[in-house]
Design a protein around this ligand. Structure first.
Ligand SMILES: [Zn+2]
Ligand SMILES: [Zn+2]
Length: 340
């Protein structure tokens, strides 16, 4: 059987929309009929050549790691799912037995078995196969297009706040309102935090308010940190930006014992002044995606608090257009492909 897919044959070229063989279904796998797949900034980095720089050559590659759909077929060893079930595919495959996997942190597994849509084929296709242990049932209340962005964008935000130890009543400041950041506002609010959105455009300031931010700051760099401090500071500052000047600036708005959370993929060095950090007992942490457990918790939180991403949908045929608009910063705020 053949299926339609958006295939990246090599970095630095457009994807080719073509027919390829259906993915095979192993004993413990489920075949998912992809109903929605989000487009992540990481996908643009892959097109730009990110993987070559890391010495990985997965080409030709079907990208896409925010995959949801219906189970179309199950392997003979699968007993907990059946055709027709609505699932999301968790995409960072752990070894299953190291200390990180054993503690439910497969995203930082030291023997990682790959990432769907990054080191192996993903969801820019009509069908996708995954180990059934990584297919997570979706709540009935969550439709496919809304669910997809939770698998990377939403999960990264939720887990970032969780790793920072954000507690109800604390203040969370968010740096950057885009595909990830726009989901962080309602998530932080649902976690009981007072939310401050830091952005450098008036348009995004009003979006942040629409999304439920209690306060907004329209500034960047040191100015943003100063304004945040004047407002009383934040217990957690979560950054989704690649701009290190914006990060170090916003960090100045942390309260003592506050935590700066970094979630954007950049290799640029970040200047840190130890004396400032130690006198205030502050922390700077990295946070990667989230776990399967985090995703289950997040789905519950999203249903209870009616959290949904803002999306633009594209047919699979228009995958390149979605990339183009994302590259130009025009997507409001998550592009989602709908292959079926
Ligand atoms: Zn992603
Ligand atoms: Zn492991």
């Amino acid at each position: 059987m053949m299926m339609k897919a958006a295939v990246l044959d090599q970095a630095q070229q457009p994807m080719a929309i073509k027919n390829v063989a259906d993915p095979s279904v192993g004993v413990n796998d489920v075949l998912i009929k992809v109903r929605a797949c989000g487009v992540c900034h990481t996908d643009l980095h892959i097109v730009e050549g990110l993987l070559g720089g890391l010495g990985i050559d997965p080409f030709p590659l079907i990208m896409g790691h925010e995959i949801v759909g219906e189970v179309a077929q199950i392997g003979v060893g699968v007993t907990h799912l059946k055709p027709g079930d609505r699932v999301g595919a968790y995409w960072s495959f752990g070894c299953g037995h190291c200390r990180y996997c054993a503690s439910g942190k497969e995203q930082i597994c030291t023997g990682n078995h790959g990432y769907a849509g990054i080191t192996q084929n993903g969801g820019y296709a009509e069908y996708f196969t995954v180990d059934a242990d990584y297919a997570i049932p979706l709540p009935d209340e969550m439709d496919f297009v809304d669910a997809a962005p939770f698998l990377c964008a939403g999960l990264t935000m939720y887990s970032g706040f969780k790793n920072a130890g954000l507690r109800p009543g604390q203040r969370a400041a968010l740096l950057g309102i885009g595909g990830l950041g726009h989901m962080a506002i309602p998530i932080a609010k649902a976690l009981g935090a007072e939310v401050i959105a830091i952005t450098s455009t008036e348009a995004k300031q009003s979006v942040a308010k629409e999304l439920g931010a209690h306060h907004t700051i329209n500034a960047t760099g040191a100015e943003a940190g100063k304004k945040l401090r004047e407002m009383g500071g934040a217990d957690v500052v979560l950054s989704t930006t690649l701009n290190t000047e914006a990060i170090t600036g916003a960090m100045q708005g942390l309260v003592p014992q506050g935590t700066m959370v970094l979630t954007a993929l950049t290799a640029d060095p970040l200047p840190i002044i130890p004396i400032q950090l130690l006198f205030a007992e502050q922390r700077v942490i990295g946070s990667l995606v989230g776990s399967r457990l985090d995703f289950q918790e997040l789905m519950k939180l999203a249903v209870q608090n009616n959290i949904r991403p803002m999306t633009e949908t594209y047919a699979l045929d228009h995958a390149n257009l979605a990339h183009e608009r994302l590259r130009e910063g025009k997507v409001r705020y998550r592009a989602v492909l709908t292959p079926n």
